[in-house]
Design a protein around this ligand. Structure first.
Ligand code: ZN
Ligand code: ZN
Length: 367
């Protein structure tokens, strides 16, 4: 059996101690806490979700019921009090929504791969589901059915985290391809912004609407705070060409031009700033270009390199060292606190109030 340690209370000594223990049949894999009703939903590796009610003094927890939500590991949970829906995704490749009054299954929708993360718009009943194939599916949930509105494709690795901001109607996605994409749903123009500043899998993201900052954490312990309160530029689509769009030399699959001009074909690269297909010789320089989200140096063609001024390289994000493999992160925006959990079984609480140069407030181990 597994011990679920819930509710770490800060004692007078300043140390944190778990105030409630509960024995589980299988490891906990996802959790959702509804603050106002003090209901907590704990998803497990075996696919079940257990609901508990927490006492007013936070010293007792009463078991309410178990939901047979999935056939395999629960990956994300959301609870909607207005509709009394418990919405979850799992490694059985599905999203399910269940009624918390009756405990019965309302609907299910299957994807082609493991559903890894979930965001829900309570007002419009839209669910965003990220999966292991790198796709994000937007669904409209009804009482017993659902319809797929669209799929968002842009990542080259599994989606690890999603954040929906219902006010600005922005969706942020973090992925194992180390990048973050901001999908401007509210803008209705298909605008996407790419954010590249992590050197490992992005594992958790949180958008602070008030200050228009995005906080992201990666598996190597990197914490980035992105300034989203400036007009950023979209990264270009990569252009396709059979020859270098600068020097016109053929790429290696362009056998006809290679034969006609008796030249050896070159490898194709792409300039990150203009998107042109270029050869290595025409793109020898590297530069950061933060306005397009490139916080570290990327390949640019020689003419784009010339066009980038020193002030264009000013970073539009701040980077901090989490010093553990961050697998989960949560923010208490009202108090400016961030909690990170690592695969090292350490939980860290961060004071994020001086967001630039955030300081470690306190840390405690789960053992
Ligand atoms: Zn060239
Ligand atoms: Zn270029």
């Amino acid at each position: 059996s597994y011990l679920l340690k819930l509710l770490w209370l800060k004692r007078d000594s300043g140390q944190y101690w778990p105030s409630i223990y509960h024995t589980m049949a299988s490891p906990c894999s996802a959790m959702a806490y509804h603050h106002d009703s003090r209901r907590i939903f704990v998803g497990q590796d075996n696919g079940a979700i257990m609901e508990f009610h927490i006492s007013e003094d936070f010293n007792k927890m009463n078991f309410v019921k178990t939901y047979p939500a999935h056939q395999n590991r629960v990956s994300a949970i959301t609870f909607c009090l207005a509709s009394e829906w418990l919405i979850s995704t799992g490694h059985d490749k599905c999203i399910s929504w269940m009624c918390t009054r009756s405990g019965s299954m309302l609907g299910r929708h299957y994807f082609t791969s493991w559903a890894s993360c979930l965001q829900y718009d309570h007002e419009t009943q839209h669910a965003f589901v990220g999966d292991y194939s790198g796709q994000i599916t937007l669904l409209k949930l009804e009482q017993n059915t659902c319809s797929v509105i669209t799929t968002l494709k842009g990542h080259e690795g599994s989606i690890t985290s999603l954040w929906w901001d219902p006010v600005q109607r922005l969706l942020f996605s973090g992925a194992s391809d180390h990048s973050i994409i901001m999908w401007d749903i509210g803008g209705r123009k298909g605008r996407t912004l790419l954010l590249q500043g992590h050197h490992d899998k992005v594992q958790a993201i949180c958008y602070i609407q008030l200050t228009r900052q995005l906080v992201s954490c990666s598996a190597d312990g990197g914490i980035a705070v992105w300034n989203m309160d400036i007009s950023r530029e979209e990264a270009p689509q990569w252009l396709e060409s059979d020859s270098c769009q600068k020097c016109e030399q053929p790429f290696f699959w362009n056998i006809k031009q290679m034969w006609d001009t008796k030249t050896i074909g070159l490898r194709q690269h792409h300039c990150r700033k203009c998107g042109q297909a270029v050869c290595g010789k025409c793109s020898t320089k590297r530069s950061s270009y933060p306005i397009m989200g490139f916080e570290f140096q990327v390949r640019v063609c020689d003419s784009c390199f010339e066009s980038i001024k020193d002030e264009d390289r000013t970073s539009l994000a701040t980077f901090h060292e989490g010093k553990h493999n961050i697998s989960h992160m949560s923010m208490d925006i009202s108090r400016g606190l961030m909690v990170t959990c690592g695969s090292d079984r350490i939980v860290k609480i961060w004071d994020m109030t001086p967001v630039v140069g955030c300081s470690l407030a306190t840390g405690f181990s789960s053992r």
